[in-house]
Design a protein around this ligand. Sequence first.
Ligand code: ZN
Length: 282
Amino acid sequence: MKLIRFGNIENEKPGVLLDNGQKIDVSDFGSDYDEKFFGADGPKKLKEWLYHHQEECPKINDNLRLGPPICRPSKIVCVGLNYAKHAQESGMEVPSEPVLFFKASSAIIGPYDEVILPKNSKKSDWEVELAIVIGAKASYVSEDNAMNHVAGYLLHNDISEREYQLERSGQWVKGKSCDTFAPLGPFLVTKDEIKDPHNLDLWLRLNGETMQDSNTSDLIFGIPKLVSYISEFMTLLPGDVISTGTPFGVGLGLDPQMYLKDGDEMELGIQGLGIARQKVRS
Ligand code: ZN
């Protein structure tokens, strides 16, 4: 099942993208895609509900805005340097344990919303990533049991201001959390629909030119390891997002380096998880 949210910013309603491409409004199910929904086995219950009610659901007009496919989560946990070639291009060692950092959940926007460069930003950069959404609360979860805590997957552009992240001292969070720096979607795909999340092509084009082109089989730490590892340090709540890291091909790694500017357009996708497009504005 593919979950979407649609409508105006901060007023999105829950919907479902059907296999025939039609989008339907499932507001009558009675729950948005939030912590409570995921924690109460919401995707499964929604699927059952649709079995009886799909025909009654209003169709969504194709020109309505798509918002992020989930409500604002309690946290976004990001994994840094999780592809070997990206660690190299960033001038950093391949890590022996997952590198974790936070991204403010206030940075979340829809998949086709504009990305606004922060005031005086000179080094804003793109990062296509596979993100996972937690289904069941996870604390000290074993790797063997980790996938039982995953609800599904979505596409994430982990936009990063490199000067704030790397040159302004302190933690990476400063370069990762600016408003609009976390476009999510177009949809959340439930776990059952993705056979192998560790074999998905992912790519990003900037103004039509391919910048990133890789596969999640190159992840250093896979999803079970990440869920288990992170759950040692904090409780993952239903609806929380883990972003698994970006592959080679970011602006920081180019020679000369290249960063986002007003008018640029990013197009990114992951096999089975759809395509997103964001215009950049200063
Ligand atoms: Zn990232």
